[in-house]
Design a protein around this ligand. Structure first.
Ligand code: CDP
Length: 226
């Protein structure tokens, strides 16, 4: 049965999912869960522990052993969601290029996906949640009352991500960002387990020429109609 208080936001890298989902959650007073951050956290710990991206068994064991939690702390202002791994705040470190370069192969491992999917369903168990990722509408929360598939042109997504990283003081080249987004889109869309895909009942929103405010307004309008 559909659950009206569950909103799933999927789409390719840099489409604005997290900014939009966070704003939506704030307006509706729902909880925002960034599932990409969970895959990034597992990837970061794999790098630290020297686990190879093709060692499925070790990655599955690692994902099961890690204690991933979110902290909702208003003192962080516009960035209220902090992600902790075994109590350590890794919110900044999971956004580095090193993690972005390895996160797609790690996320393609079925053993990792089954562990994180289970945790994500638990996090959404109480409803009143906006969850973003790649497979939320198709696999994690098929019961979501509203499913959005956010896209934008590659050039626009590259510009958005480039500006976002620059604003955070990270040193990156636009070309490097472009390569990473293209690589991840390709990898995420073609993997066997829960590939990036629009659910049949998801609403496609091309945000290339839309501001964040316009996108949020449009999703709230759709939500009111559910
Ligand atoms: O924010 P951005 O679009 O860069 O990506 P993200 O949401 O942080 O996700 C990082 C990576 O995690 C993606 O490229 C996917 O490989 C993986 N991911 C996934 O496989 N399934 C999800 N539900 C969310 C992310």
């Amino acid at each position: 049965m559909k659950d009206r208080t569950v909103i799933a936001v999927d789409g390719p890298a840099g489409a604005g999912k997290s900014t939009v989902s966070r704003a939506l959650a704030r307006q509706l007073e729902y909880v925002y869960i960034d599932t990409g951050a969970m895959y990034r956290a597992v990837t970061l710990m794999a790098i630290r522990r020297g686990i190879a991206a093709d060692d499925a068994e070790a990655l599955g064991d690692l994902a099961s052993a890690l204690h991933i939690t979110f902290r909702f702390d208003e003192k962080y202002g516009s960035e209220p969601n902090r992600i902790l791994v075994d109590g350590e705040d890794v919110s900044e470190e999971i956004r580095t290029t090193a993690v972005s370069s390895l996160v797609s192969p790690v996320s393609a491992v079925p053993e990792v996906r089954s562990v994180l999917t289970r945790q994500q369903r638990e996090l959404a168990g109480q409803g009143k949640v906006v969850m973003d990722g790649r497979d939320i509408g198709t696999t994690v929360l098929p019961q979501a009352g509203l499913k959005i598939f956010l896209t934008a042109s590659l050039e626009e997504r590259v510009q958005r991500r480039y500006k976002e990283m620059k604003n955070k003081g990270l040193s990156v080249e636009a070309d490097e960002v472009k390569k990473n987004l293209m690589h991840r889109d390709e990898y995420d869309s073609s993997r066997k387990t829960s590939p990036l895909a629009k659910a049949d009942d998801a609403v496609l929103l091309d945000t290339t020429h839309m501001s964040i405010e316009e996108v949020v307004r449009e999703i709230i309008r759709l939500y009111k109609g559910v």
